[in-house]
Ligand binder design. Structure first.
Ligand code: NDP
Length: 486
C-alpha cells in the first residue's frame, strides 16, 4: 500500500506477466466446482505462498535495519590503509539490529544482547562487521557457541524457554560472568536501537601503508545517548507492541530524524599483545580505556528506510570474513569460528548465490571464477578457469590481509596462552563496583533476583549464587537476600 490513493490500477498478471481475469474467483466446472487444474494463477498463488519463508536466522532472527552512510572525519591513515577509513572518505552502508535468542516474531524488548551488524559498500569490496551492542560475549571458544544458544532457546520437551537451563549453562561457564553482569544491568534492554552503542567486540588487525600493525577494537557510540528500559517497561511493551524497536527506528528515519553513531577505536601496538596482563583476544574481556584510550575515526548515519523488508533486511547477509585490505582477523577464536559460520548459514538460508541479491551485491566490480548454482543470474563468461591465457582475472598478492606469525606447537585442545590476569571475575567485579552507581547496582540486583526466581532451583541455584559471590561479595549477598524475600 502507498500513502496516497492509487487512481489507475495496473492489470493483475501471473509472475510470467500474463494478464489475469480474476483476483477473487477460482476457475471451476460449474459454480459448485470442482476447481480446474488449468487455473494456473491459482496454482501459482498457492504454491508461491507455501514457499514464502526462507529459514529464519538460527540466531538474531528478529530484527530490523536501515541504509545510510559512513564518513571518515579524522585521519587514522597512520594505523590503517583500509579504503573506507582514509580521511574524507564516505561510503554507503546498511545496518541491521536484532535480538539474539528470540524467534522472528518475538518481542523487541526481551532482555538480550542486540546484534549490531554493518555492511559498508566500499570501492574495494564489501566490508562487514557483525558486532553487538555489548563489548564482550558469553563464551570465548566457538565449540561452546551452539550449546550456549541451545541453553537460551527452547527445551526439547515443552518447547518453552527455561531459566534453569540458562543458569545451568552460565554457572558451569564462568567465562560468561562479564557478559551476564552486563546483560542483567540496564543495557540488557535498550530503550531503542538508536540509543545503544555498537562494538566490534572482536579484536581485528589494522595495517598501514608502511606495513605497521595495530590490534584494534571498534566502538560505535550513539549520538542519541544511551537509553534503557526497566524490566517492568520491557515486559509491558513486549505485550503492547512487540515491534517497538523496529517501529521506533522506522518512524524516526521516516520523519527525517536520522540517528547517528560516532566511531572510535582502541588501538594496541602489535607487540603489546604477547605480554599484556590478560589475553587481549579473549572475547569475554574489554581493553580498559585507561590502557588503550578511544581514538575518533568518523560517523555513521542511518537516513534511509528499506522499501521492502524481505528483500533488503531479511535477505541481508553479513559476514565477518568480508574484510578489505588494511584490515585482518586476530587470534580471537570466536572470530575465527564466525569467519566460517556466517557465510555457511547464508548459503543454507538464502542459497549459494546470496551475494548476487541487490542488498548483498558489492558496489565494486566482482571478478571471481565462482559460477553456476541455484538462482545465479549474472554468470561469468569464459575463461572459466585460472590460470588462463585468455585475459581472465588475475589475483594480486598485494591484496593479502594482514596477519600474524604463528608459533606452531603440538596439535591440541587448549585454552588461550595464559596471561597473568586471565580471570573471569575481575572485569564484571570492576563493572559492579566502579562503573555502576547505586541506583544501577540496585536495578542489577533486582533484575538478577527476578530472573533467578523464575524456575531456577537446586544445584543450579546454588552454583548461580556462588557465581555472583565470585563477581563481588556484596553483590552475591544482595542477590541471596533478594531471593529470600529481601
Ligand atoms: P571506564 O570507566 O573507562 O569505562 C567504563 C565504561 O563502562 C564506560 O565508558 C561505558 O562504556 C560503560 N558503561 C557505563 N555504564 C554502563 C552500564 N550500565 N552497563 C554497561 N556498561 C556501562 O573503565 P574501563 O575501560 O577500565 O572499564 C571498566 C569496566 O567497564 C569494564 O570491566 C567493563 O565491564 C566496562 N566497560 C568497559 C568498556 C571498555 O571498552 N573499556 C566498554 C563498556 C563497558 P561506553 O563508553 O562504551 O558506553
Amino acid at each position: 500500500m502507498t500513502d496516497s490513493p492509487v487512481t489507475i490500477s495496473p492489470t493483475t498478471t501471473t509472475d510470467a506477466a500474463i494478464a489475469q481475469p480474476s483476483d477473487e474467483h477460482s476457475l471451476t466446472a460449474g459454480p459448485s466446482g470442482p476447481i480446474l487444474l488449468q487455473d494456473h494463477y491459482l496454482i501459482q498463488k498457492m504454491a508461491q505462498f507455501n514457499r514464502e519463508r526462507v529459514p529464519e536466522r538460527v540466531v538474531h532472527a528478529k530484527g530490523g535495519g536501515a541504509f545510510g552512510f559512513f564518513e571518515t572525519t579524522e585521519d587514522v591513515s597512520a594505523f590503517t590503509k583500509a579504503d573506507l577509513f582514509q580521511p574524507g572518505k564516505r561510503v554507503d552502508m546498511l545496518a541491521r539490529f536484532s535480538t539474539v535468542a528470540g524467534e522472528r516474531g518475538s518481542p523487541d524488548t526481551w532482555r538480550d544482547p542486540r546484534g549490531f551488524a554493518l555492511k559498508f559498500y566500499t570501492e574495494v569490496g564489501n566490508y562487514d562487521m557483525v558486532g553487538n551492542n555489548t563489548p564482550v560475549f558469553f563464551v570465548r571458544d566457538p565449540s561452546k557457541f551452539q550449546d550456549f544458544i541451545h541453553s537460551q532457546k527452547r527445551r526439547a520437551d515443552s518447547h518453552t524457554r527455561d531459566h534453569n537451563m540458562q543458569w545451568d549453562f552460565w554457572s558451569l561457564s564462568p567465562e560468561s560472568a562479564h557478559q551476564v553482569t552486563w546483560l542483567m544491568g540496564d543495557r540488557g534492554i535498550p530503550s531503542s536501537w538508536r540509543e545503544m552503542n555498537g562494538y566490534s567486540s572482536h579484536t581485528y588487525l589494522w595495517e598501514n601503508a608502511g606495513g605497521q600493525k595495530h590490534w584494534v577494537k571498534y566502538h560505535f557510540k550513539t549520538d542519541q545517548g544511551v537509553g534503557y528500559l526497566t524490566q517492568e517497561d520491557g515486559d509491558r511493551l513486549a505485550g503492547e507492541d512487540g515491534d517497538y524497536h523496529q517501529r521506533d527506528l522506522y518512524d524516526h528515519i521516516k520523519s527525517a530524524d536520522a540517528p547517528s553513531w560516532t566511531l572510535h577505536v582502541q588501538l594496541m601496538p602489535f607487540t603489546d599483545a604477547a605480554d599484556y596482563r590478560f589475553n587481549p583476544f579473549d572475547l569475554t574481556k574489554v581493553w580498559p580505556h585507561g590502557d588503550y584510550p578511544l581514538v575518533k575515526v568518523g560517523r555513521m548515519v542511518l537516513d534511509r528506510n528499506a522499501e521492502n523488508y524481505f528483500a533488503q533486511i531479511e535477505q541481508a547477509a553479513f559476514e565477518p570474513a568480508n574484510m578489505i585490505p588494511g584490515i585482518g582477523p586476530s587470534p580471537d577464536k570466536m572470530l575465527l569460528g564466525r569467519l566460517f559460520s556466517y557465510p555457511d548459514t547464508h548459503r543454507y538460508r538464502i542459497g549459494p548465490n546470496y551475494l548476487q541479491l541487490p542488498v548483498n551485491r558489492p558496489h565494486a566490480a566482482v571478478n571471481s571464477y565462482n559460477r553456476d548454482g541455484a538462482m545465479r543470474y549474472d554468470n561469468p563468461g569464459d575463461p572459466v578457469y585460472a590460470p588462463n591465457s585468455f585475459g581472465g582475472p588475475v589475483a594480486d598478492m598485494r591484496s593479502e590481509l594482514p596477519s600474524w606469525q604463528v608459533e606452531a606447537g603440538e596439535i591440541a585442545r587448549t585454552a588461550y596462552v595464559a596471561h597473568a590476569d586471565d580471570d573471569d571475575f575481575i572485569q564484571p567485579g570492576t563493572m559492579y563496583r566502579e562503573v555502576l552507581d547505586g541506583a544501577q547496582q540496585a536495578r542489577l540486583v533486582s533484575n538478577i533476583t527476578g530472573h533467578l526466581s523464575k524456575g531456577v532451583e537446586g544445584d543450579v541455584l546454588t552454583r548461580a549464587l556462588d557465581y555472583w559471590r565470585k563477581v563481588d561479595g556484596d553483590l552475591g549477598a544482595r542477590v541471596a537476600k533478594g531471593l529470600n524475600g529481601g
